[in-house]
Design a protein around this ligand. Structure first.
Ligand code: GLA
Length: 358
């Protein structure tokens, strides 16, 4: 039996595919898999939560085609492992997940990683994260970065993980004593998510082309500075680039503030990130804005921002530990009054990355 956690990203949104910085925390919500050899060359998968299953024979794995449903994640991972030369045997796999879907908490990465562990022994943890990421990009068809799969594999209990998405260098970062993290689900799941995500990836590439015409040293938006934003490019593309450039700087400022225990500054940076994601990157939505606003009204909240790809899903909140009961009492009621939706709150204790279940 294996487990792989979901994650909440503290700051560094839409920076991973621009090879910038991210700061995720693995959370207690996780995907579990149990696996037993079938001995007949079939991989059979049953997802308990969905009361649905799928199967594929090892002989036809190589040519498997996406079906545009949840099975793409699991078949994509199996195909990726086989293509990378990992030995696969027929097996029966049971999946059970507590990571809510479409909430921006990385239910798909948790599923991919837990699935990979159930299929074969992968000692190389970096290869594990990359195969799962590639399954999502190549088979599922979402051109995502490495953050979610990396977080599910590498996060450590008690800390957030600063990742440089270019070099894949990582460093643990502690949340200051007395402060804690909440994820709050807006209950909104926007259908435009995938196509808008792809569009943002393209807009960032357009910004890079515009900048490179003048400064060929810039290979990705990771290399861009505020000065590059003055170069000739479409206004919309400039705003996308401005988010990425400013967000990368905020991640590094956040880490420095966490190290000196400056919780007020952490909150300020989170609020600024939310603002930038809304106005420059345009991936927020009215409910996420309202929820972040309602959260900030509670005494003891340092900051709140949308987390994950956007267009719905969760906000992440940095809050004084003692203020959590007050938050739980007030925020769902006020959010319901403003948006008519039920907000679910998850306490996020930084958890360990994926592994065998003890
Ligand atoms: C999704 C993707 C990640 C990342 C975030 C936005 O979670 O899977 O790679 O791009 O959106 O930061």
């Amino acid at each position: 039996m294996f487990r792989a956690p979901g994650r909440v990203n503290l700051i560094g949104e839409h920076t991973d595919y621009n090879l910038g910085f991210v700061l995720p925390v693995a959370i207690g919500l996780k995907c579990l898999t149990a696996s037993a050899e079938s001995g007949d060359g079939w991989i059979r998968i049953y997802a308990d939560d969905l009361a649905a299953g799928t199967q594929v024979h090892l002989d036809s794995l190589r040519d498997a085609q996406p079906r545009e449903d949840w099975t793409d994640y699991v078949i994509g991972v199996a195909r990726g492992l086989e293509r990378s030369g990992y030995p696969l045997a027929g097996c029966n796999i049971l999946i059970r997940s507590s990571v809510p879907q479409g909430a921006g908490l990385s239910s798909s990465a948790a599923l991919e990683v837990a699935m990979a562990l159930a299929l074969t022994a992968v000692d190389d943890r970096l290869a594990l994260a990359k195969i799962c990421r590639d399954a999502e990009a190549d088979f599922v068809g979402v051109p995502c970065g490495i953050m979610d799969q990396f977080a599910s594999v590498f996060c450590e209990s008690g800390s957030a993980l600063l990742l440089d998405c270019r070099t894949l260098e990582q460093k643990t970062v502690r949340i200051p004593e007395g402060a804690t993290l909440l994820a709050v689900n807006s209950g909104v799941r926007h259908a435009v998510g995938t196509s808008a995500y792809r569009k943002r990836v393209e807009e960032c590439a357009e910004a890079v082309r515009a900048i490179r015409a003048m400064d060929p040293r810039v290979e990705t938006l990771r290399d861009a500075t505020p000065l590059h934003l003055r170069l000739e490019m479409r206004a919309l593309v400039m705003r996308r680039a401005r988010h990425v450039v400013s967000e990368n700087a905020r991640v590094l400022d956040f880490v420095a503030a966490a190290e000196r225990g400056d919780v007020e500054e952490l909150g300020r940076l989170m609020n600024a990130s939310h603002q930038s994601l809304g106005s420059d990157y345009e991936v927020s939505c009215p409910e996420l804005d309202a929820l972040a606003d309602v959260a900030r009204q509670v005494d003891g909240v340092y900051g709140a921002r949308m987390t994950g790809a956007g267009f719905g899903g969760c906000i992440v909140v940095l809050i004084e530990e003692n203020a959590v009961p007050e938050f739980e009492a007030r925020v769902p009621a006020e959010y319901f009054r403003r948006c008519g939706k039920v907000a679910e709150i998850y306490r996020c204790h930084p958890s360990a990355g994926a592994g065998e279940l003890e």
